[in-house]
Design a binder for this molecule. Structure first.
Ligand SMILES: CN1C=C[C@@](O)(C#Cc2ccnc(-n3nc(C(N)=O)c4cc(F)ccc43)c2)C1=O
Length: 323
């Protein structure tokens, strides 16, 4: 066969997956998701697309029926939305056959980026929200994931006013763990903020979510932009992220608006542990070359947490007036 006759294994796989919903592997989902794109369709194509239903589910408690998985038919939303992600609303949903509940983000296909799935499909870190699969139904892409009953850190900060130092350090450390893991997989999250850190029902665990702005970093891409003095893994983009994460720590602690310029360090309260103050300064270092690596910041955050005596403040304690 000539080269034009040989189709890639991936094209062959995608051809087999098109038009149906099946229980499968992360790689299958990643390959199929790359074919989902919006764009001008002629009326005939629009009509055909309206009924289209295809996808790959990764959790056996989400059960397609006769190669279909449709809203209101096989799964249904439970009450209102949980929050708003990048280009989409997030809902608590229930599988009608198994009763299993999870979270689902609905994105219009013209706003869907395959990287939202290709970057997180095969991740297994305890600090990243697990993906349960994704399905295209007409002009919508629905992305299923683990339900995080504790809600987002952004919501907690709004409810609590500002966080006690022990909890801010614990959540920072876990978010840095997730970031460090993503970097080790050459993945750039691209939108690290309190709204994209989700909490377990008892508030003990914090996991990164929302890969709607993520990108695959090629190893040489990192090589070209090695600018931190930290471990060899650091990269300019990552150091930008770490800076925004430490700026977020400042936000977690003191609910300052994350200004374009680093928050005035003089506003770090004197009551704060010196190591916490050092972490904020290290992470907000303007010069990327001087900025600490994710690993260094993570290590310092866990030492600072030990120094403040671990997490002792109550989960969702009384309101604390932001500074
Ligand atoms: C693995 N994966 C798959 C899709 C993803 O890119 C996302 C997202 C996203 C964005 C904003 N918000 C939430 N969000 N999720 C939950 C939840 N899982 O319970 C949630 C709960 C809230 F209270 C508020 C926002 C929430 C989730 C991603 O990361």
């Amino acid at each position: 066969p000539t080269s034009s006759d040989k189709i890639s294994v991936e094209e062959y796989l995608v051809d087999a997956l098109k038009g149906s919903v099946s229980l499968g592997e992360p790689q299958n989902l990643a390959s199929l998701a790359k074919t989902w794109r919006g764009g001008a369709l002629d009326p005939k194509e629009q009509f055909d697309e309206a009924d289209e239903n295809e996808g790959v589910l990764l959790n056996e408690k989400l059960k397609p029926v006769d190669y279909e998985y449709r809203e209101e038919v096989h799964w249904t939303k439970c009450h209102g939305s949980l929050g708003i992600g990048s280009f989409g609303e997030v809902y608590k949903i229930e599988d009608k056959q198994t009763g299993f509940q999870c979270a689902a983000k609905k994105v219009q296909v013209e706003h869907f980026h395959a990287e939202e799935l290709t970057t997180c499909a095969a991740l297994t870190s305890p600090s990243v929200v697990p993906l349960y699969g994704a399905v295209k139904e007409g002009p919508w892409v629905t992305i299923f994931m683990k339900l995080m009953e504790g809600g987002s850190l952004g919501q907690l900060i709004k409810q609590s006013g500002c966080l006690p130092e022990d909890r801010a350090l614990s959540y920072l450390g876990q978010a840095l763990e997730g970031l460090e893991y993503l970097h080790a997989q050459n993945i750039l999250h691209g939108d690290v903020k309190a709204e994209n850190v989700l909490l377990s029902d008892d508030g003990s665990r914090a996991l990164l979510c929302d890969f709607g702005h993520s990108a695959h970093l090629h190893p040489d891409g990192l090589g070209k932009c090695l600018v931190t003095a930290g471990d060899s893994q650091g990269g300019k983009n990552l150091s930008e992220l770490k800076r925004s994460l430490c700026a977020n720590l400042f936000h977690f602690l003191f609910v300052t608006q994350i200004a374009k310029e680093p928050p005035p360090l003089r506003e770090i309260p004197p009551s704060c542990n010196p190591l916490t103050a050092e972490i904020i300064k290290m992470g907000l270092e303007k010069e990327p070359v001087q900025r600490a690596s994710a690993s260094e910041l993570k290590t310092k955050a866990s030492v600072a947490l030990e120094e403040v005596g671990g997490v002792t403040s109550p989960w969702k304690g009384e309101y604390r007036e932001p500074r």
